[in-house]
Write a protein that binds this ligand. Structure first.
Ligand code: ADP
Ligand code: AMP
Length: 219
């Protein structure tokens, strides 16, 4: 009886150890740039060619806003329309949950593009509090694009996107938020040599050629 019991345990232990050894720490690339810089467009292209999962903070917040029964739906909706940054507790939990769910489904999917995060000091602190030691941030992929180009692209996108913030009034606020809150975060990472900058004002293909060169070098 005892022998059978031990037998079963010892058979189970290697497979457990094997599973744990396969669980990699998430490898993260933060993707930043102004509204309309092309972050989402480039992340979709990266996912086609590289083993990355794209998590957009904005998309996760819009999905939470739309989720029936969400206690934060209205609050998120107001922040988005005003181009303001949603409190980090909400965003970080959505990101953490999405990362965990992805890795639980397939433990080989441990590479993440986190798009639109960290957008301010509060975001960065939230990340450090919740994720420090639990994920490795490899670098920041920065899509550098002039404000006017960004605004024009979002207005064009707004013709079909159905987004409440792709209009001139929201965009002025989003650009201000980007300049005041997000650029200092990019500068902070720059000081640590962790920013890879791409000129995002060019065509999608030209931008992607530079992105590929970065990813091929950095993995
Ligand atoms: P972000 O995720 O940074 O807000 P998107 O990827 O959604 O930006 O792009 C914003 C809009 O600009 C979309 O309508 C997209 O099709 C378009 N766009 C993206 N990259 C380029 C580019 N390099 N040149 C021209 N238009 C672009
Ligand atoms: P995006 O889809 O990246 O253009 O984001 C749209 C809006 O979602 C932003 O203007 C913010 O209101 C909100 N948002 C996106 N990312 C974040 C974030 N990291 N923290 C808080 N709010 C965010």
């Amino acid at each position: 009886m005892i022998g059978r019991l031990f037998g079963n345990v010892s058979q189970r232990v290697p497979s457990l150890l094997y599973r744990v050894s396969l669980m990699m720490k998430p490898q993260v690339v933060f993707v930043l740039g102004g509204p309309g810089a092309g972050k989402g467009t480039q992340c979709s292209k990266i996912v086609e060619s590289y083993n990355y999962t794209h998590l957009s903070a904005g998309d996760l917040l819009r999905a939470e806003r739309a989720r029936e029964g969400s206690e934060f739906g209205q609050l998120i909706g107001n922040y988005i329309k005003e181009g303001k940054i949603v409190p980090v507790e909400i965003t970080i939990n959505l990101l953490k949950k999405a990362m965990e769910e992805t890795m639980q489904k397939d433990e080989k999917k441990f590479r993440f593009l986190i798009d639109g995060f960290p957008r301010n000091e509060d975001n960065l602190q939230g990340w450090n509090n919740v994720m420090d030691g639990k994920a490795d941030v490899k670098f920041v992929l920065f899509f550098d694009c002039g404000n006017e180009v960004c605004i024009d692209r979002c207005l064009e996108r707004g013709k079909n996107s159905g987004r409440t913030d792709d209009n001139r009034e929201s965009l002025e606020k989003r650009i201000q938020t980007y300049l005041q809150s997000t650029q200092p975060i990019i500068k902070l990472y720059e000081k640590h040599g962790k920013v890879r900058t791409v000129d995002a004002s060019r065509s999608v293909d030209k931008v992607f050629a530079d992105v590929k060169a970065i990813l091929d070098k950095e993995g």
